[in-house]
Structures are given as structure tokens and as C-alpha cells.
Design a protein around this ligand. Sequence first.
Ligand code: FAD
Ligand code: 2HG
Ligand code: ZN
Length: 469
Amino acid sequence: MIEHPFIAQAREAVGAAHVLTQDLAAYAVDWKEKYHGRPLAVVRPGNTAEVSAVVQLCAQHRLSIVPQGGNTGMCGAATPDDSGQQVVITLSRLNKIRAVDPANNTMTVEAGCVLQTLQETAESVNRLYPLSVGSEGSCQIGGNIATNAGGVQVLRYGNTRDLVLGLEVVLPSGEVLDLLRGLRKDNTGYDLKHLFIGSEGTLGLITAATLKLMPLPSAHAVGMVAVKSPALAVELLQHMRDRMGERFSAFELMSHAMVALTRRVFPALPQPFAQAHDWYVLMEVADGGADAALTADFQSALEQALERELVIDVVITQSQAQARALWELRDNVSEAQQHDAPNIKHDISLPVSQVPRFIDEVSAELASKFPGSRLFCFGHLGDGNLHFNLSRPEGTDNALWLKKNDAVNDVVHAAVARFNGSISAEHGIGQQKVDELPRYKSALELEVMRAIKRALDPLQLMNPGKVLR
Ligand code: FAD
Ligand code: 2HG
Ligand code: ZN
């Protein structure tokens, strides 16, 4: 077979070892193994100039580009199509920490840095980079920014968007847009970095970012409580916020079904309560000072919650190891579902006040329309962000279940719209929800998005088929 002329030119640009044309399976499928593609090649540039050169070559040959980071995304946004004509550009080799400035509370890092490495870099200068997600050992900051990732500390620190001060982006033309500023105030016109944050690789390739650093808390307290209902969990959220103020960092809801499945798949994970309860909340508070003072406040707030009958039972961890074990229980829920059966995922946000009614109404509707289906409800209740994942009835066929995807989405997303929520809280649109988006966004909002896309990417080469059609 004649090799596409792009391949030889890409080899010239980045070195033959970094243009892959064989054994591409790992780059051609998403984490959920739902989307499968066939790239023409996978190119691994080593610096911004090489990214720019490869993008220019793609433009010259009219080959579309799929940026890929850690490939942990949940919406198939980093997976190429099966045309054999798309080039995956992986950013993994751009993994340098360019600068750390503790006095300015910033670090400037390349897009391929793994999130956990950045958390450790921040900690080495007594600072916190607060983004925290279950995939932090493999996802990359470029992917976090491109998806505007959320995670378990949004309640206190915001989404990735709130943590980015500057960006360096290779535009679809190959030009390098240098927005790498470490400024907290800069009103010099449109704030262009926000266009690229959450754009899922459709407007350009992020090559570096200047990130905010926060004070590193010296004290932590972690607890898990059992609650009777999501309504009481919402009351508990308010109670804990009133009592703990800005020290309150995480408030994660998990249904009994979710915890039981996770423990069934990973039996070494802790069983926090002797007796089963319908709902659980995992909480963390963090502050300067000593653990003892913070734990005393946390304990007193939870004792009051017991008195007010907001919670049924409470476990406060006594060591870092116990705290880590409870977080492992939370962090492994996706792996557990993946291991159990392919599930129809929803990543929705609602006004927090509406969450209990949504759970009641939509759980009942799903149970009646899809008898025997198993609902795994959990998520970042503090942000109104639920994962509302539906798995097939025990013992039934995976493929048959996945055929119900659209029917299940119709129920869940129509309810989200009725409750004035969003069909994507933190994972993005990718290819998973690209056909649903026009039903939930106004024609004008979509047209403004398309106008921006046309202006930046007139050849429509950046990640086509994702976010917008
Ligand atoms: P990829 O999957 O490689 O790419 C995601 C998107 O970003 C694609 O559109 C891709 O084209 C684009 N992209 C990647 N790098 C660049 C770049 N340099 N420039 C331009 N575009 C780029 N997400 C949450 O928000 N909260 C969670 O709590 C959470 N928990 C998770 C737990 C598990 C176990 C797993 C597997 C995933 C979880 N995720 C979560 C989803 C995922 O980890 C995040 O979306 C993450 O930010 C994706 O990063 P990545 O490097 O893997 O990106
Ligand atoms: C989480 O909160 C992630 O753990 C993944 O966003 C959610 O697997 C999921 O549906
Ligand atoms: Zn999540």
C-alpha cells in the first residue's frame, strides 16, 4: 500500500520514532471501550514548535486532527473516527514543568503533564493544585483544560476553568497563540483563554498553561455518613457549610447500590457501616493549623447533624490510611461499573435544591420504563452534579441493553431540561452527546458556537464530529 505523503513529512518534523502507524489500538479506543476508530497515524511531538509543524502539515494535506491526552475522557472526544484519515496528536511528550512561582502562586506547565505529577509539584513548594479526579494518575492537564474537568473539590475551588490563568495554544493554522500570563487581573479585551477551556480539542491544541496554586492545608478531616434520603443530604450540605465555612472541600453522594457494587468488585475496600443504609455522603474538610482542632469542629458539626436527625450514622476517620481507604471507595466507582457491565452514563447538573425531587421522579420513571434495570446514582452533590448511570438487568445481554441508549437518554435528559439543568456537568459533549446537544441548546447559542468554530478553524480540521456537527 502506498504510504500517505503526510507520514514522511511528519517523520521529518518530529523524528521517525514519534510517528506511529502500527499497533495503534490504545489510541483508537476510549476508556469506556464504547468508541473505536482507525487513525491514519499517531504523532507524538516533543515541543510546541513540533506541534505547530505537525498541525501545518495536517492543514496542508487537509487531514483532520484528534488531540489526545491521557485518553480517560468519558465522551469519546479523544477517539478518531474510522475513516483512516484522521491524525491523532498525543501531547504526552510535552511534559515539562516550565516554571513554578510560589510568590505569585502559579506554575507554568506543559499540556502533557499528568495531573498527579502537578499535584505533587505544587506540594513540593507547600502549595495545593486542587483539581482532584479519580483518573488523576493518568489524565493530563491539557485534557483537564480541554474538558474543563470538575471532580471532588469543585465545591471549594471551582472547575478547571477557575484554576487557569494563562494558556499557550497552537491554532488550526499552526500559529502559536501565547496567552501564558500569570495575572489575576487583565481586562484587555476578550479573555480568549476561556474559548479553549472546555472546547474539547475543537478549536486548537493546548500546549502549556499557567495554573493557580492555593495554600496547602495542613489539617484534614474526612468522614462518611449514612443518610435516609437525598433530601436530608441536601439539608446536611447546608448545615455543614454553615458550620465549616470555606474549610468545607468535598461532599460526595453515593447510593447504597453504588457502594455495594464497588465493594463487590473490590472486596478489599472498606465497609464503613455494619448495617446497610440507602444513601451515604463522603465529606472532607481542610484548613491550616492542626488536625485536632479541625477534627473537633468537624465532629461537633456532625454531632449536631445527628441531633437534628439529618444523618443516621457517622464514621470519622482516625488516620490518613483510613481517610485514603474511604476515598478509594469513592474513586473506584467508575472502575467497578466498567467491570460489572457497560452502563448508560449521565453526567448532569441541576440546581442543588432540585436534586432530591429529580432523583425520586426519574428513578421511578426509569424503573417503570426499563424493568429490572440497575441505577447507580452518585456524584458531586455539593455542585448539583449527579452521575445517574443505568446498567442492564442482571443476567441480560450487554449489546441488547446498549440499544436502549437513546430511549434511556430521552427519559433522563428530558427530565434534566424540565428541571433547568445541564446534560453535561463536567465530562463534556464529545461524540457521545453531539446529536443530543441541539435539542437542549438554543439555535442562537449553537450558531454563535459555530461562528467561533468557523473563525478559528475555517477548514474544520480540529476534532470534527465532536461537540458540534
Ligand atoms: P483525553 O481523554 O485524552 O481528552 C479529552 C478531550 O480533551 C478530547 O476532546 C481531546 O481531544 C481533548 N484534549 C486532550 N488534550 C488536549 C490538548 N492538549 N489540547 C486540546 N485538546 C485536548 N472528569 C471529571 O470532570 N470529574 C471527575 O470526577 C472525573 N473522574 C473520572 C474518573 C475516572 C476513573 C475516569 C476514567 C475519568 C474521570 N473523569 C472525570 C473524566 C476524565 O478523566 C477527565 O475528563 C479528564 O480531564 C480528561 O483528561 P485526559 O488527559 O484523559 O483527556
Ligand atoms: C466521577 O465522579 C467521574 O467519579 C466518573 O466523573 C463518573 O463513571 C462515571 O460516570
Ligand atoms: Zn464526576
